[in-house]
Each structure stands twice: as structure tokens, then as C-alpha cells.
Ligand binder design. Structure first.
Ligand SMILES: O=c1ccn([C@@H]2O[C@H](COP(=O)(O)OP(=O)(O)O[C@H]3O[C@H](CO)[C@@H](O)[C@H](O)[C@H]3O)[C@@H](O)[C@H]2O)c(=O)[nH]1
Length: 493
């Protein structure tokens, strides 16, 4: 085939970029990708945000004045009879069936290829799961960067990309692999304590129950990192200097670029509640928050993927009741069930007993807005990275209750940074008592012994919530993208 070389209209560092973004099928991934999309659009760059139609229809609103710069590009979701209708993201699928989404995600490759061939973006930013994307982008000569929604400490824990891509890192240590996730790996300082607890590993293993023939996550990670042109990490030098340093050593020549923490802004970029129902929910919550004293209430939420067992919900409820403190608790509706509001496991009479002091909400709640309310002092969280960023960007002390994925590592990182109090649990089976919840909540929120954690969390606001610093990282990232875009565009005819 003949190859012609054309000069791009956009050539030169002054011209705006066209950046494609392709997140994994998870709400906790759409939100930060979209936040970065908005930040690029604010700087005059064009973004193509690629996902499946149902996921795109549920994204938070893009500010009206930027919407012409952010194109939502639908990629048809393949027919997957094993999944419930319209289940196109991890929030719609129970944990044990999560892996069913992977083959469906992989089947988006041909549509992505067509998009890249016809649109020829300057860059594509992709997530950990599309291990096939770097080869595709390289073939089409599209610069491609892996956008890590995981902290540098977490990436460091998983180790060098070659080891990950070989599949050895995620194999049990006894079977010849390096995968004892409960041990601090040899390339990490032992004193860091960065490792999973046995019960956290068991929760992750639940996923294998569905027995889906698909590339395992470690391999996806390894190839996504190893074959990228650059690794972009949602973090900053001020929060993770030691881990960014180690990551650069582990990744060799690969550029490692911190993009800042991508916190929610108070400029309405994350305003999900522009529909009537959303506005009503917020009014209701705000009324309750307005009635609490400043810094007094605990916000309790576990993200979009974790489903707690009935026993865990019941014990948490007892703990919140025993703490004697005001709380606002968001309970997620179990995926795949229209009628179950998730409240059935709460102890009998609990809602009435805590009435006035504690409020339980079933379903979606505007988390970023709630955390911004001055009544909220602390956040009992599953340690999803978005929740951590949102809480610390407002200086809220964290009470950690990791459930799955990398959340255990996040909890260890927060403990090392001194900004959190972890709910004590049995290391082997994860069990805990209401007393341990109440103790952790009171320590974080009111006890004198918890003041250092509260002070450290307040201080983190200056890092996580620092607009100027975070903007600086995005500016630096944009500069890199501009400097490393392809000056000419080769088109195969
Ligand atoms: O009722 C809700 C529920 C969630 N959110 C928002 O949804 C996001 C949830 O993100 P996160 O806190 O990270 O939780 P998950 O979506 O459960 O997190 C998944 O994605 C994260 C980022 O990769 C990982 O750290 C987690 O382990 C993984 O479970 C946040 O922006 C929340 O503000 C709401 O606004 N309202």
C-alpha cells in the first residue's frame, strides 16, 4: 500500500490538541477520565470520550460552555446474554460476575480501530483493562498513554510491567508466581507495610467464581503499562514523592507523569444533579446537613462496586449507632435488582432509633457536594481512590474500611500518611464488631488521641484541594502531550 505523508493542521505546539479517552467500564473510572477531559477542554483542547451508549448516557453533565469541545463517542456494546440488560459497567454487575464485562470490553476493539482510523487523534489515553490498545495505537501511529487511576504506591506494589505481563505476579507464590499479595514485595521498603491483608485477597478472589475465559487483570495491567508511550498517574510529587521515585526506577525509561489529583471543583463541573430527581435528593440531604453542627457529621459510603454482606451492614449500623455521632450513610442498591433497596440487613428498629441523628439513603447521592458541606467532618470510606481524593481535597479525616480491589493498599498508604483511622478487623476473615466501628469513628472524629489524624487530613487539603498546584500538573501534562504528538500524520492508502 502506498503511504502518503500529510502535515497536520494542528502541527506546532500552539495548536489545540485532540485527545481520545477510553476508560474501563466503571463509574469510578468514567468520573476521573471525564474530569481530566473537562480540564483539557477548559484549556481549549478537543476530547473524544469513548464508551458504550448506556454508559455515556449516564455520565455527569459537562458544563454547557465546554460541551462543544467534548464529543461523546458511542461504541456499540456487544450482545452479552450472560449479563443483565443494560449492564454495561461494573456498577451494574455483582462482584462475582465482574469478569463477564472483560470479553465485552475486548469486543470494542474493531469499533475503536474505526474511530482511530477516521479521527486520527493526537493522543489516546487509556485504562488498565485494554491491553490490546497499545498495539492497535502503535500500528495506527497514534501516541498512547496509560492513565493510571491508581496511586503510585499501588502501581509500585504490583511491580515491573514485564513481570506483570508475564502473568507471574498474579499467580500464587506456591505455584511459582510472585503473587503473595499479603507480603511486602522485595522492591518496596519493608517498613512501608504496603501489602494486602488475607481477607482483602479473599474478596478479590470471589471474582474468579464466574470462570470467564479472559486475559487476567495482571497481564492487562502489565501490557497496558509496558507498551505505553508514557504512564500518567493521578497523583502528585507532594503526596507521593517516595512512590513516584520508586515507580520511575521500576519502569526504567518509561516517562512517568503525575497529572495531579483531579479533585472535584466547586465550579459545577461535577454537578450530577441537574435533573429534577437529583435536585430533590440534594435538597433533602442538604436540609439534613444544614441542621448539623460544623464538622460534626460522618459521611459513610462505599462507592459503586463494593457490596457489603448483610452481616457487615448490620455490624456497621450498630457501630454508627454506638458512636453517638451524627452520620449520613449511603447504601448502594445491589446490582441487578430493581426492588431491593439494600436496607433489609439493617438491624430491626435501627432507622427509627437513630432518627434525627443519623440518616440512611438508598441509591445514588451527590457525594462531592455532600463532602463539601461544612457539617461533614469525617468520611467512613471503602477507600476507592476517587473517594480518597474527594475527602482529602476538603480536609476530611478518613475512617477506612477497605473492601476489594486495591482498596487495602490505599488504606495502608493513608495510614502511613497519618490521615486516616482504620476500622480494626480480623486479618484472616475480615470480621469486625460494632464496638470497633464506634471506636474508630470516635477516635477519628472527636477523641483527643485522634487530633493528629484530623490535623494531618486538614493539611492534606493544601495538597489534594490545591487548585493552583493541580492546575500546574495538568498544564505540564498538556505541554508534554503537545511536545510529543506526531508532527506529521502518515496515512496508509
Ligand atoms: O452514590 C454515589 C456513589 C458514588 N459517587 C461517586 O462515584 C465515584 C466512586 O469512586 P470511588 O470512590 O473510587 O469508588 P468505586 O467506584 O467503588 O471505585 C472503583 O474505582 C476506583 C478507581 O479506580 C478504585 O480505587 C476502586 O477500588 C474501585 O472499586 C466517586 O467520584 C463518588 O463521588 C457518587 O457521587 N454518588
Amino acid at each position: 500500500m502506498a503511504e502518503t505523508t500529510t502535515t497536520k493542521e494542528s502541527e506546532g505546539t500552539a495548536a489545540p490538541l485532540h485527545v481520545a479517552m477510553f476508560p474501563w467500564l466503571a463509574v469510578g473510572h468514567f468520573i476521573p477520565f471525564l474530569r481530566l477531559a473537562t480540564l483539557l477542554a477548559r484549556r481549549g483542547h478537543r476530547v473524544s470520550f469513548l464508551s458504550t451508549p448506556h454508559n455515556l448516557s449516564k455520565l455527569p453533565r459537562i458544563p454547557a460552555h465546554l460541551s462543544s469541545l467534548v464529543a461523546l463517542v458511542p461504541l456499540p456494546f456487544p450482545d452479552t446474554p450472560a449479563l443483565p440488560p443494560l449492564a454495561q459497567s461494573s456498577a451494574d454487575v455483582p462482584n462475582r460476575h465482574q469478569q463477564l464485562l472483560k470479553p465485552a470490553f475486548d469486543a470494542l476493539l474493531p469499533a475503536l480501530r474505526s474511530f482511530l482510523q477516521s479521527s486520527r487523534p493526537d493522543w489516546i489515553l487509556y485504562d488498565y483493562a485494554s491491553h490490546w490498545l497499545p498495539a492497535l495505537a502503535a500500528e495506527l501511529r497514534v501516541p498512547h498513554a496509560f492513565l493510571s487511576l491508581f496511586a503510585a504506591a499501588v502501581l509500585s506494589f504490583f511491580g515491573p510491567p514485564r513481570e506483570l505481563a508475564s502473568g507471574r505476579r498474579f499467580q500464587p507464590a506456591g505455584g511459582g508466581g510472585g503473587g503473595d499479595f499479603t507480603a511486602v514485595p522485595p522492591w518496596i521498603p519493608t517498613g512501608s507495610g504496603l501489602a494486602f491483608l488475607p481477607h482483602e485477597v479473599a474478596r478479590v478472589a470471589e471474582r474468579s467464581e464466574a470462570r470467564v475465559e479472559t486475559t487476567e487483570d495482571g497481564v492487562r495491567f502489565g501490557i497496558s503499562i509496558g507498551e505505553s508511550d508514557a504512564v500518567v498517574v493521578r497523583t502528585c510529587e507532594e503526596f507521593e514523592p517516595e512512590w513516584l521515585g520508586l515507580l520511575r526506577e521500576l519502569y526504567g525509561d518509561k516517562p512517568v507523569l503525575p497529572v495531579g489529583l483531579l479533585p472535584p471543583t466547586d465550579e459545577g463541573d461535577d454537578d450530577e444533579s441537574d435533573d429534577v430527581e437529583g435536585r430533590e435528593i440534594w435538597e433533602f440531604i442538604k436540609d439534613w446537613l444544614d441542621g448539623q453542627e460544623a464538622n460534626s457529621a460522618v459521611y459513610v459510603a462505599f462507592g459503586t462496586e463494593a457490596t457489603l454482606t448483610g452481616a457487615e451492614l448490620a455490624e456497621l449500623a450498630l457501630g454508627l449507632e454506638m458512636s453517638g455521632l451524627p452520620f449520613f450513610w449511603v447504601i448502594r442498591r445491589p446490582p441487578g435488582s430493581d426492588r431491593d433497596d439494600g436496607l433489609g440487613s439493617l438491624p430491626r428498629g435501627f432507622v427509627e432509633r437513630v432518627k434525627g441523628r443519623g440518616l440512611v439513603h438508598s441509591g445514588w447521592a451527590p457525594q462531592a457536594k455532600i463532602l463539601r458541606h461544612e457539617s461533614v467532618g469525617g468520611f467512613l470510606t471503602h477507600c476507592g481512590y476517587n473517594s480518597i481524593v474527594e475527602g482529602l481535597s476538603l480536609g476530611r479525616v478518613l475512617i477506612t474500611f477497605p473492601v476489594m480491589n486495591e482498596q487495602g493498599l490505599n488504606a495502608r498508604l493513608l495510614r502511613a500518611k497519618g490521615v486516616a483511622v482504620e476500622v480494626p478487623r480480623d486479618e484472616m476473615d475480615g470480621s469486625f464488631t460494632g464496638e470497633s466501628v464506634a471506636g474508630a469513628v470516635r477516635l477519628a472524629m472527636v477523641d483527643e488521641a485522634g487530633e493528629p489524624a484530623r490535623a494531618a487530613a486538614r493539611e492534606m487539603k493544601g495538597v489534594f484541594g490545591n487548585k493552583e498546584k493541580n492546575d500546574g500538573y495538568v498544564d505540564e501534562f498538556v505541554r508534554y502531550l503537545k511536545e510529543h504528538r506526531k508532527p506529521t500524520d502518515k496515512i496508509n492508502l
